[in-house]
Design a binder for this molecule. Structure first.
Ligand code: GLY
Length: 386
């Protein structure tokens, strides 16, 4: 009897040890605060948004019309969410308002990234009605890119002579439109999001649930070609594309409760988790089929987006595998291998992302969206326990 009691006790101790979080969120957030204080001191021109690091090692900045302009403000909102310190709220507001004029931009499908990561987080946290009004104008602008005959939001004006390209990344901008549907009561935003998500689900995925990067359509919605822009090959699995897909369908399940989206996300997660080229530290190469693996760059941004999505998925699936993979990714991202030293890395948090290897752009550099999704993942991780 005593032996059984001791065994059970031992088992419970082991289980409770196993359930201890392996990432020290408080420590990582303290570092993020200190590093981003330096980032704010170094960036005072509100028309130039921190983006990455140039080949010669200096800071690379972009204007508000670049698709990443919402991520710096968004990262500052996450720091405000964690600290509740007005200092971060003021900084976040400044860098968020600096994106405002993009609400009229109808030339990009990326308004979700630009306006929702910035104003959306701000509105969620402080309910500033001005942010809401700006976003609703922006949502109308984004909706102009939806062609009802084709049933998809157009990504770029042209790609390799095709005039209706749609990229998997575009799933991410639906979160903004689904918010707009609720905030405005206009079901058009909801309907077009569902149509876009369903057509992407139908046409963007292979049998193994990996995703093409670009699908090109004709004017009646027929698929003309399936290609890549940032991946290694048309038939390869570009790592960030898989991350966008995972995040996008997890978010679609949150917004609609439709199980088919959750099933899709689960299958994408399986593709990533079981891929023979996923390294043991779980930070993907920039493409799962990059030609020279293991001598290829990793993409910390893909890991940060994937980890954040998996943590949300875990809250729906209760599947420990989803939590564990996210945690392993965060353990690696928060290690010295990927997290910068204070004052280095041009004040970005993470090192080693890949923007576009085929274009030799932002290869093995810090990138602002890696920081944004890393902070989001840390916040999610701090709220969820096994
Ligand atoms: N949306 C562009 C990218 O993920 O690089």
């Amino acid at each position: 009897m005593k032996a059984i009691f001791l065994t059970i006790n031992c088992l419970l101790t082991t289980l409770s040890l196993q359930a201890q979080p392996k990432v020290d969120v408080q420590k990582e957030m303290e570092f993020a605060k200190a590093q981003y204080e330096l980032m704010l001191e170094a960036n005072t021109d509100l028309s130039r948004f921190p983006q990455s690091v140039k080949k010669e090692g200096t800071l690379d900045t972009r204007t508000s019309d670049w698709w990443c302009s919402g991520f710096f403000g968004g990262s500052l909102w996450y720091l405000y969410e964690y600290t509740k310190d007005d200092k971060w709220k003021e900084a976040a507001d400044k860098w968020t308002m600096a994106v405002e004029k993009e609400k009229y931009n109808t030339t990009t499908h990326d308004l979700g990234f630009m306006l929702y990561c910035s104003f959306g987080n701000g509105y969620r946290l402080i309910k500033n009605e001005k942010y809401k009004d700006i976003m609703l104008v922006g949502a109308e602008s984004l909706a102009t890119r939806f062609n009802p005959k084709i049933g998809l939001i157009k990504s770029w004006e042209e790609f390799k002579r095709f005039d209706y390209p749609v990229i998997i990344d575009n799933m991410m901008n639906l979160e903004f439109l689904l918010w707009a549907a609720k905030a405005s009561g206009n079901s058009k935003f909801y309907d077009l999001s569902i149509t876009h998500a369903d057509n992407t689900l139908k046409n963007h995925f292979r049998k193994d649930y990996s995703s093409y990067h670009v699908v090109c359509y004709d004017r009646t919605g027929n698929v003309l070609a399936k290609k890549t822009n940032q991946g290694a090959a048309d038939e390869s699995a570009w790592a960030r594309g898989q991350a966008w897909a995972l995040y996008g369908y997890t978010m679609m399940y949150r917004a609609t409760g439709d199980k088919k989206y959750l099933n899709q996300a689960k299958n994408i997660a399986k593709f990533i988790a079981n891929h023979p080229n996923l390294p043991s530290d779980k930070i993907p190469y920039w493409d799962f089929n990059a030609p020279n693996i293991p001598n290829e760059e990793r993409d910390a941004s893909a890991a940060a987006i994937t980890a954040s999505a998996l943590l949300e998925m875990y809250s729906y699936t209760n599947d420990n595998a989803h939590y564990r993979l996210a945690e392993e990714m965060l353990v690696s991202l928060s290690s010295k291998a990927y997290t910068a030293n204070l004052g280095e890395n041009n004040y970005f948090l993470l090192k080693h992302s890949v923007g576009s290897k085929p274009y030799k752009s932002e290869v093995n550099t810090p990138i602002i969206y890696a920081d944004y999704y890393y902070l989001e993942a840390l916040l999610r991780y701090s709220k969820i326990r096994l």
